[in-house]
Design a protein around this ligand. Structure first.
Ligand SMILES: [Zn+2]
Length: 186
């Protein structure tokens, strides 16, 4: 009988593999509830929980592979994984196609939206150039000069700046020795 720890370990591994490879049999692609998925150990060692060694297979295919030598078992798993990886990459390609379509829709959108995106691009280019050349710019300058250069309001410039200094942006805000807030590269 599996103890509590083993059941928990099994659950964690299952979730991880399903997220990595997809929630289906790596060989026949059947999904629950049509089949029951089991965790396969590619090297035939049920105690090896290294993620590389683990894959989901339906009962039938898990049993089939367990009957093979470890070398043959691993070779087959590698083949199935490579095929699956290619298919998943194609799926992601389709998602990117959606992105391109959304972008085209966006470009055909209202002039206000286009203007907004135009100003933002200009502001971004201007600010990144200044910071690259000088190492930093004060926040006050980044907002006021930026608004003037681009032709938007300081409020809008501040909004663009906030995006650039957000946790995913290339810039950061900090204070210099005199307590002035400056913008520089992360
Ligand atoms: Zn299967």
């Amino acid at each position: 009988m599996a103890n509590r720890f083993q059941i928990r370990q099994h659950e964690i591994a299952y979730k991880f593999i399903a997220a990595r490879d997809g929630d289906f049999c790596l060989q026949c692609k059947k999904k629950p509830p049509a089949v029951k998925l089991q965790i396969d150990h590619a090297d035939n060692d049920p105690d090896n929980w290294d993620p590389e060694n683990l894959h989901l297979l339906c009962q039938k295919h898990n049993l089939e592979l367990r009957g093979k030598t470890a070398a043959e078992h691993k070779r087959l798993i590698r083949t199935y994984s490579a095929n699956n990886e290619r298919e998943r990459a194609r799926e992601r390609g389709r998602e990117n196609t959606h992105l391109v379509k959304d972008l085209v829709d966006f470009r055909n959108a209202s002039p206000e939206m286009k203007a907004n995106s135009y100003y933002e691009t200009q502001y971004r280019e201007w600010l990144l150039t200044i910071v690259r050349e000088h190492g930093f710019i004060t926040k006050v300058e980044a907002i006021n000069s930026g608004a003037e250069v681009v032709g938007c309001s300081p409020l809008t410039a501040n909004r663009y700046l906030s995006k650039l200094t957000s946790s995913v942006g290339p810039l950061k805000e900090s204070k210099d020795a005199t307590g002035t807030v400056v913008i520089s590269f992360r």
